[in-house]
Design a protein around this ligand. Sequence first.
Ligand code: FAD
Length: 381
Amino acid sequence: MDFGLTTEQRQIRDMVAEFADEEIVPRAAEIDEEDEFPRDIVDQMAELGLMGMPFPEEYGGADLDYHSYALGLSEIARGSGGLGTVVAAHISLAGNMLYAFGDEEQKQAYLTPLAEGRDIGAFALSEAGAGSDVPAMETTAEKDGDGYVVNGGKLWISNGSVADTVTLFAKTDPDAGNKGISSFVVRPEEDDGFIVEGTEHKLGDKGCPTAELRFDDLYLPAERLLGEEGDGFVQALKTLNGGRITIAARGVGIARASLEAAAEYATERDQFGGPISQFQAIQHKIADMDTKLQAAELLMHKAADLKIKGEPFIKEAAQAKLYASEISREVANEAIQIHGGYGYTKDFPVERFYRDAKLNEIYEGTSEILRNTIAQQVLDK
Ligand SMILES: Cc1cc2nc3c(=O)[nH]c(=O)nc-3n(C[C@H](O)[C@H](O)[C@H](O)COP(=O)(O)OP(=O)(O)OC[C@H]3O[C@@H](n4cnc5c(N)ncnc54)[C@H](O)[C@@H]3O)c2cc1C
């Protein structure tokens, strides 16, 4: 493993960092307060190629390697955790479903507008009774002539209320367990029976609408099926494995924002006749925060490295996501502590970092599920 970034990877990181500092950071508190999808910022990101970072140019993407993509995503999340989710769900989940499992026509029709940022993507897997337990899903897609009729509902779908393209999972054979799940492309604007029931009021992750969806005799023509009937469960797992690298990146970005805010505050806040950064207790917190951040970044790049090389990366992606999720919450917590009473108010951004970080431990595999995955991978060897 090469621990150094290439010139191009540094340039990408610096370009996105500059964009985040100029366009996202100044708006982040407002996005958090209003909880509106920041379409103007998304449009700007599209112009910079950030809505299609890892996809080939032939499908409208920026053709970046996974290190660059993770670095870019972490810089977006450093500015706003909600925007980090918008991009991660759009690219790593919806986009990658189409890139990995779509046929040429589906890629041209649905992936290209996503990668160019003209369309927004969502990935609809979870249901009220089926979060960690994916095969417990109850949404069905019944064969009807040449197409399918979908009935059921999905919960907690990031970008779900603003998406132009939704990759949807439903049971085509309800008696076949995880082998009876198939995936489809849904176009909410074109397809009758796609209903947005509402969006969640959340602790954090504001600006990324998390929607409840209902499907009421939603008709999908046969050409909307992704891959073969029954492939859906394996497709979902493969997509989520890759997605975990970008959720790790979201954690890295939030941890970096927390550390930078804490270090700045510690040098500016005077108590007992000097800056609080003179106290060893504060210095040790800063040291631990930075050490955890560095370790999280290395795990993120290790998983990205294996993915690029086409080697197995299930364990490494789970570890990168698990660790970055937990340390981003810990680092944000210490950032609040360093800010004292001010940290507990909305006058400083660290309370937002804490709320945003918490989500990482829940979506795209809870920390408990990831520990199951890692243990299985270690024990099965
Ligand atoms: C803001 C937000 C955005 C989301 N975005 C999306 C999205 O875009 N698309 C999508 O499909 N889903 C999305 N989700 C759903 C998310 O992936 C699920 O919430 C998550 O998988 C957990 O499922 P659950 O909430 O049903 O919890 P449950 O599965 O009910 O778990 C509850 C608790 O039990 C534990 N648990 C469950 N099973 C086990 C086990 N076998 N071993 C040990 N512990 C276990 C869990 O770790 C957790 O602590 C989102 C969720 C949120 C909150």
